[in-house]
Design a protein around this ligand. Structure first.
Ligand SMILES: *[C@@H]1O[C@H](CO)[C@@H](O)[C@H](O)[C@H]1NC(C)=O
Ligand SMILES: *[C@@H]1O[C@H](CO)[C@@H](O)[C@H](O)[C@H]1NC(C)=O
Ligand SMILES: *[C@@H]1O[C@H](CO)[C@@H](O)[C@H](O)[C@H]1NC(C)=O
Ligand SMILES: *[C@@H]1O[C@H](CO)[C@@H](O)[C@H](O)[C@H]1NC(C)=O
Ligand SMILES: *[C@@H]1O[C@H](CO)[C@@H](O)[C@H](O)[C@H]1NC(C)=O
Ligand SMILES: *[C@@H]1O[C@H](CO)[C@@H](O)[C@H](O)[C@H]1NC(C)=O
Ligand SMILES: *[C@@H]1O[C@H](CO)[C@@H](O)[C@H](O)[C@H]1NC(C)=O
Length: 401
């Protein structure tokens, strides 16, 4: 008896599981964006980029969306004028062209004509759609005279694109609209140097920005963005706590100090957890300078003079990461214990968030508990569906037993 039961349970479960698999499969493969776009010769570049970036899969996992498609001519022109574009940034830009709801042309034309409406795009699912402290949703403004404008920040303002044509649609699952131009979220920068944009989006890294710029380290950062880079950004308060201003150092030492805040590889927050007394190679450590080591144990950075804990994630877009630190990292090669600000000996608790101090806008993704933004995460809608399908299935199984 006791042995027959589990077998019976197994045989009941198996067909149900198979049925469930088919249910999930049928939910997720109602369309294949690659196959759809294959039918349009003018969208081959877009099609290729969607596939190579993995966004095609993110799209296919959705149940209802509108792709704002740009033609090969437009996309090629954009690529040619942005030769240094970072692949991660290009992918984010493409995600900004995927509205997470279905729009037919009729539905677009029925939108209110008095004000724009803001819509969520696939970019929001990455938690990265915040540039200069603004959450970049996509605005659609239905003007009677000038057609459907996409991306105007204000009614009447210059828009990035207009809707050109209804390319195709299937039921209420997927709609593809051709638009006239690439959409760029306000504050988004596709090229190297973007870390500065990120820093400027928060209001308390002004000293760091100024010093990076004055010492020319910004150029090194821009050049390294494709290869892997981790930056520790001290706050303005950290710089003002120093007993003497950084500007009083000789210029070459100012530069070394800035370079000491840059690691020549990408380190996600997660990867720090596995480090114990690990010396990190800073940009300041060259054959000529030797030294300039930074030792890391978990989130604790040790310069030999100060111990500093890594704070908020300001940017995490492999191969680039940037974290806030509330103390300047003082290398033992340039400073002595006498230079350490008094407060450093009893470190103050870390600020919980790095969002703007007057915080009227939504917080940066980093401060919402899961510091590393989910990349290529299962989209909410389809997860929800498979989740509820599973619950349904399980309750069914228990009913039958
Ligand atoms: C979509 O179609 C492409 C080729 O047309 C194929 O390579 C890909 O595997 C398909 N994706 C899915 C999820 O079926
Ligand atoms: C493809 O693009 C060209 C140039 O933009 C245009 O003249 C042509 O009509 C388009 N073809 C289709 C099928 O949309
Ligand atoms: C898109 O439009 C917004 C609002 O007018 C503007 O701020 C932004 O610079 C435009 N982007 C481009 C690339 O033109
Ligand atoms: C959009 O295009 C599809 C496919 O050609 C067509 O079935 C649909 O009726 C069109 N919708 C509008 C509003 O033009
Ligand atoms: C960086 O320095 C240049 C001059 O060297 C200046 O034009 C620019 O405004 C500075 N940028 C910042 C963000 O300070
Ligand atoms: C930094 O932390 C280490 C390990 O906890 C400790 O041994 C060292 O004395 C600390 N150094 C300073 C300057 O606080
Ligand atoms: C927030 O603070 C910054 C400078 O600290 C200021 O420029 C900005 O206008 C403030 N925004 C609001 C909404 O108060």
């Amino acid at each position: 008896m006791g042995q027959g039961k589990p077998m019976g349970r197994g045989t009941t479960l198996l067909p149900l599981l198979i049925t469930w698999c088919f249910m999930v499969a049928s939910v997720q493969s109602t369309f294949n964006i690659t196959t759809i776009l294959d039918g349009y010769t003018n969208f081959s570049v877009l099609n290729r980029l969607l596939s190579s970036s993995g966004i095609a899969t993110e799209i296919n996992d959705r149940q209802s969306l509108t792709l704002l498609a740009v033609s090969d001519d437009t996309l090629n022109a954009f690529i040619n004028s942005n030769q240094n574009a970072d692949a991660v940034k290009v992918a984010d830009l493409l995600r900004f062209h995927v509205l997470l709801q279905f729009f037919s042309m009729d539905q677009l034309k029925a939108l209110p004509t008095t004000y724009f409406s803001s819509y969520t795009t696939l970019l929001q699912t990455t938690g990265k759609a915040i540039y200069n402290g603004e959450e970049s949703k996509l605005n659609i403004y239905n003007t009677l005279q000038n057609g459907i404008l996409i991306g105007p920040a204000l009614p009447g303002a210059a828009s990035n694109a207009t809707v050109v044509a209804n390319i195709t649609s299937s039921g209420v699952d997927i709609s593809i609209m051709q638009i006239s131009n690439i959409l760029i979220p306000v504050g988004f920068s596709i090229n190297g140097g973007d870390l500065m944009q990120v820093l400027m989006g928060f209001y308390h890294y002004n000293t760091f920005i100024r010093l990076l710029n004055a010492t020319g380290v910004t150029d090194a950062l821009a050049a390294m963005q494709g290869q892997g880079l981790t930056v520790f950004a001290p706050t303005d308060a950290a710089f003002s706590a120093l007993s003497k201003p950084v500007e009083s150092l000789p210029e070459d030492e100012q530069k070394l100090l800035m370079e000491y805040h840059v690691i020549k590889s990408y380190l996600s927050l997660d990867s720090f957890k596995h480090l114990v007394d690990s010396p990190l190679q800073t940009l300041a450590a060259t054959l000529a300078t030797k030294g300039y080591k930074l030792s890391v144990t978990g989130l604790l950075l040790q310069t030999g003079i100060v111990n500093v804990t890594i704070g908020d994630v300001l940017e995490d877009a492999n191969p680039v990461a940037m974290y806030s630190v509330d103390s300047v990292l003082l290398p033992a090669d340039l400073f002595s214990a006498a230079d350490v600000p008094p407060s450093e000996t009893a470190p103050a608790p870390l600020p919980k968030t790095n969002s703007k101090s007057n915080g009227t806008t939504p917080q940066a993704p980093s401060s919402t508990g899961s510091p590393v933004p989910v990349k290529n995460g299962a989209p909410a809608a389809s997860t929800g569906t498979s989740g509820s399908a599973l619950v349904l299935l399980l309750s069914l199984v228990f009913l039958i037993m």
